[in-house]
Design a protein around this ligand. Sequence first.
Ligand SMILES: *[C@@H]1O[C@H](CO)[C@@H](O)[C@H](O)[C@H]1NC(C)=O
Ligand SMILES: *[C@@H]1O[C@H](CO)[C@@H](O)[C@H](O)[C@H]1NC(C)=O
Ligand SMILES: *[C@@H]1O[C@H](CO)[C@@H](O)[C@H](O)[C@H]1NC(C)=O
Ligand SMILES: *[C@@H]1O[C@H](CO)[C@@H](O)[C@H](O)[C@H]1NC(C)=O
Length: 548
Amino acid sequence: AWTDDQQTGDVFRCPMDDGTTFNSSSSHANHVMTRLCGQTCGPLWSHECGSSVYTSGVCTHVGEHFQILETVIPAFQRCETFVDLLMVVDGSNSIYPWSDVTDFLVNILRKVNIGPGQTQVGVVQYGSRVAHEFRLGEHRTVDEVLQAVADIRQRGGEETRTALAINMARCAADLNSGRGGRAGAHKVLVVITDGESHDNAQLDDAVARCKSDNITMYAIAVLGYYNRRGIDPSSFLKEIRFIASDPDEDHFFNVTDEAALKDIVDALGERIFSLEGQFGKMSMAQAGFSSHLLQDGLLLGAVGAYDWNGAVLKRNPHGNLLPDPSAYGDQFPEELRNHAAYFGYSLGSLVGSGGSEVVLAGAPRFNHSGKVVSFTLDRRGNVNVLQALVGEQMGSYFGSVLLSMDVDGDGESDLLLVAAPMYCSQDAHETGKVYLYKVNTQSQALLVPKGALLPSPALNSRFGAALVQIPDVNADGFNDLAVGAPLEDDHQGALYLYHGHHRSIHLRHTQVGAGRTVEAVTQTSLVLLRSQQPMGSQQRGCDDGGGA
Ligand SMILES: *[C@@H]1O[C@H](CO)[C@@H](O)[C@H](O)[C@H]1NC(C)=O
Ligand SMILES: *[C@@H]1O[C@H](CO)[C@@H](O)[C@H](O)[C@H]1NC(C)=O
Ligand SMILES: *[C@@H]1O[C@H](CO)[C@@H](O)[C@H](O)[C@H]1NC(C)=O
Ligand SMILES: *[C@@H]1O[C@H](CO)[C@@H](O)[C@H](O)[C@H]1NC(C)=O
């Protein structure tokens, strides 16, 4: 229900009523309800990283009584700006003027994306002693940090105890110190000093510990003191190069004096935050665009993953499995990678004897005509492609809706239906078409074409926009099928019913619930007419040239 700009979607619970026009078994009906309400996702849910927005998607498990059990972000990625940044600043007597140093800190920290899930900053000042000016995360906004930095007074001191300062900063970033370091954060130390350390006997050890803690060290040599006095800085520079992480050209800086610090603000900022704004493979994933419950886990479609090639993610108690497109062998050839196949737009599975399960996923924009891939996915995330089906018409959105049916109710899949709801007839009507495949889980030929269903009359219909197996409505012992056709009857929509028969269905429909009478149909509490808008081609009509 989109009632205003703020509202981002709702999920409704439909009461299941036994006094329905169809003689539906309530246990079956409840099953349908569980599947519909067990998992609900917001694929467009996003979070900010620096100046970028990541549309990773969010899913919520809903319990039997419609209560929220758990909310997960299946394709969650930390921001690349998830950084614990410590500035380690020499404030000994030889530094002059101090305001050049605080100006530098303000200018560099102005560039930082400070916030929860992003960067937090701490400042350590040292000379003979070491002081935490403020701890990691103590100031929570850029303005607070800049204010605190501008207020830092030079503490002075006769000595330059760089090793001690590095050690204390490293400990501050350590999770176990309780000083604000965060698990999983990229740790960065920036050391700014103007002279050789007095405690260089401890420097090897201090630097080695930082290395083993995976801390990235930037080191800035301020040559003002050396230049003012005409002293050779080579051993000082050697020490600062030693502190800087390798390679030195990325992590070491020297400036002629304190005032020249302003000249390296941009370069240092770029190096520290060079990752910001880079989009990862899952940053636009939209995980939860589709979902499907397996016996041993939950499948989620992530149509925006891998630059809109799409991906299928499996969640089970052991974690997430996310095979990348190359795991499907030659199903997604390199030359079609940037064509936005939308793999994972639809999901399903085929259950064989003994409960073995084959995964199905549709890519309705693959090579313009759509594709469905059937595969197995083992515990380690290894993919074994069994068979692929391809669409016959450009832009038909073949594979955007999938349904595997167990017609005889023996627990095994008998029939696979693949819809191409935007399939166009010769006279340019968007009729839609549903393809049938006989399922043989025992055989090499897993899926064998068995004809197709079409609406009648073949006018604008978008037949196949929703497919649902329904309990036996004609009491012949076989489950039946309902097909939604939302554009039929001048966009009022229609519902086609097909009777199941043994391990298949009768190809002639038996009932069309027209939009006008659909109230009666919906009383059966079967929520059939999902409006799953195909992104990027919502309004495509048959006569506007097709295309993708
Ligand atoms: C409805 O189903 C019940 C239980 O399966 C059965 O006893 C009854 O005969 C059915 N009624 C009709 C009208 O088919
Ligand atoms: C440092 O990184 C290595 C390799 O990525 C990892 O194995 C190790 O556990 C990390 N150490 C710490 C303390 O995070
Ligand atoms: C200091 O850095 C500049 C580049 O910014 C470089 O050309 C110069 O050689 C460096 N000086 C020393 C002494 O390392
Ligand atoms: C894509 O479609 C074209 C035209 O229908 C066909 O010739 C080509 O083989 C297809 N490519 C793949 C990788 O399926």
